[in-house]
Design a protein around this ligand. Structure first.
Ligand SMILES: [Zn+2]
Ligand SMILES: [Zn+2]
Length: 349
């Protein structure tokens, strides 16, 4: 079968990939569509260290082809969106509704794939850039059949992370004020999360003026090319500032833009050893800085919720998919993503 493989030096689309059958508690999914996220490229450029060879891709949707022993929540033929959260479901963190904190969910990549008898790692417990993949039952979330799989493909990373950060982590309240720094795939989902939560003033900031129309479409009430103008719109600061770029200077800016009792939510990925500075004295006024992994999501609850919000017209998915590419054109999808031409490119199989 076809798939996108990174061997440690280069990325190539291969057609001789194999995947094993699902074992107990696992699901074999035929991937229909998979979103190209910046994290896939971070594996290639080394920002995210991951053992090669690896099959890339970590947000996708498709059709269940087979289930292993003990799996009852999906059956062959069901449409599913895949999460990257291979949480155990049995530890104290899973039990208290914090599957993103499960210590068994990261750092142990499986090797369900092979090529010419040689095993390949699975990226983010997912590897959606393959015609078929094997995931844990908890990762396969059933979705209604009327949702296009090219749109559903985006739920598993960008939507869970961005909308989840607003609803689950920041818990933005009706009428509150929000600033979103960076309007890429995550930032746009933060914008629509803020709109869904009922935020009143939603300021999007992006250095690229071409992002204004899409930012407003997703929920921004104001658009700026620099954070310099935020105080003119929100003189006392914002209740919530989301940093979606991963720049230490902007982390500081996010904190400086907080109103009393405000919170800065850090979503952008900075370099592992990068340091940011801020004035601790300014935090005295009940301010907070929040980290957030994967939108603090509970995928089996959140994805069906987002599916219903999509069906009711509140959550935009189709609008995120600005281009689709047959998997063979992976290189062109990367070029377009790096040139900032697309909100999200989606590979199809
Ligand atoms: Zn991602
Ligand atoms: Zn667990």
């Amino acid at each position: 079968m076809r798939g996108v493989v990174f061997d440690g030096k280069q990325v190539q689309v291969v057609d001789d990939l194999e995947v094993r059958d699902p074992g107990p508690g696992e699901v074999l999914v035929g991937i229909a569509a998979a979103g190209l996220c910046h994290s896939d490229l971070s594996v290639v450029d080394g920002t995210i260290p991951f053992p090669p060879p690896v099959v890339l891709g970590h947000e996708g949707a498709g059709v269940v082809e087979a289930v292993g022993p003990g799996v009852t929540h999906v059956v062959p033929g069901d449409h599913v969106a895949l999460s990257t959260l291979a949480n155990c479901g049995a530890c104290a963190d899973c039990d208290r509704g914090r599957p993103t904190m499960c210590r068994k969910a990261i750092g142990m990549p499986g090797q369900p794939f092979s090529r010419g008898g040689r095993p390949l790692h699975q990226f983010a417990s997912n590897s959606s850039f393959a015609e078929r993949t094997v995931v844990k039952a908890v990762q396969a979330v059933k979705i209604p059949r009327d949702i296009p799989l090219t749109s559903a493909a985006l739920m598993g990373c960008g939507v869970l992370t961005g909308v989840g950060a607003v609803l689950n982590r920041a818990r933005v309240g009706r009428g509150e004020t929000v600033v979103v720094i960076g309007t890429g795939g995550i930032g746009l989902n933060v914008l629509q999360g803020a709109r869904i939560a009922g935020a009143l003033t939603i300021v999007a900031v992006d250095t690229n003026p071409a992002k204004e129309a899409v930012a407003r479409q997703f929920g921004a009430s104001h658009f700026l090319n620099s954070t310099d103008g935020v105080r003119e719109i929100l003189p006392t600061g914002a209740d919530h500032v989301f940093e979606c770029v991963g720049h230490t200077g902007l982390v500081r800016t996010a904190i400086d833009l907080l109103d009393r009792h405000g919170q800065a939510v850090l979503l952008g990925m900075t370099a592992p050893k990068a340091e940011a500075s801020f004035l601790p004295a300014a935090m005295f006024l009940d301010k907070s800085i929040l980290g957030c992994r994967y939108g603090s999501s509970r995928p089996q609850r959140d994805i069906p919720l987002y599916a219903e919000l999509y069906r009711s017209g509140l959550l935009l998915l189709d609008e995120l998919v600005t281009a689709t590419y047959p998997v063979e054109e992976f290189a062109r999808a990367v070029e377009d993503a790096e040139a900032g031409k697309v909100a999200r490119g989606v590979l199809t199989f």
